[in-house]
Design a protein around this ligand. Sequence first.
Ligand SMILES: CC(C)(COP(=O)(O)OP(=O)(O)OC[C@H]1O[C@@H](n2cnc3c(N)ncnc32)[C@H](O)[C@@H]1OP(=O)(O)O)[C@@H](O)C(=O)NCCC(=O)NCCS
Length: 166
Amino acid sequence: MSASPGNIYLRAGAAEDQATIRRMILDEGLNPTYINWVNFLVAEEVTEAPAGGRRIVGIGQIKPYKDGGRELASIAVLPAYRSRGVAALIIQTLLAQERGPVYLMCGNTMPAYYRRFGFVEVDAAALPYTMRRLFCASRAAMRIMALLGVHHTLYAMRHAMHHGSP
Ligand SMILES: CC(C)(COP(=O)(O)OP(=O)(O)OC[C@H]1O[C@@H](n2cnc3c(N)ncnc32)[C@H](O)[C@@H]1OP(=O)(O)O)[C@@H](O)C(=O)NCCC(=O)NCCS
């Protein structure tokens, strides 16, 4: 376990976390496919006795694709626990375990946040094969939504700092 703000600790996901992870993803409207606790880190609030207990307040994963692509995904923090650096701790810890490029896809307002961690925006062509197909399919769906007056933009980003490189 590693400590973070308050009584919040990071740990690897466990099988019994699967339902909570899935619920948090659905609650936030994030991509509900490929949700496997094995790939997750969870941030857990640990409260002292007598009311002692544990509650998952944040989640995040690196999704491994069969083509070797690795995606930072499913980052979510319960509303009452936001703006305390919980997501930042999850993201930094996940990235510290990686040895190669990590990609992500995010909506309208998020690129500025991810830039803080070393991500830079890239074209679809820079994405690994499977992510590129998902990204292009999502963008096509968004173009259709735009015709209906609903405007969303999807960005692709790549983690620019690799271990062992300057
Ligand atoms: C995005 C999210 C994970 C951030 O969690 P967090 O623990 O509050 O993040 P941190 O404490 O590390 O950083 C907070 C900062 O994130 C940035 N941020 C949060 N949500 C943002 C958004 N929708 N757009 C742009 N920046 C955002 C802000 O700069 C914020 O700083 P502020 O509190 O001073 O405004 C959380 O808001 C969340 O769960 N949102 C819903 C799910 C989601 O959108 N996930 C990301 C999918 S790409």
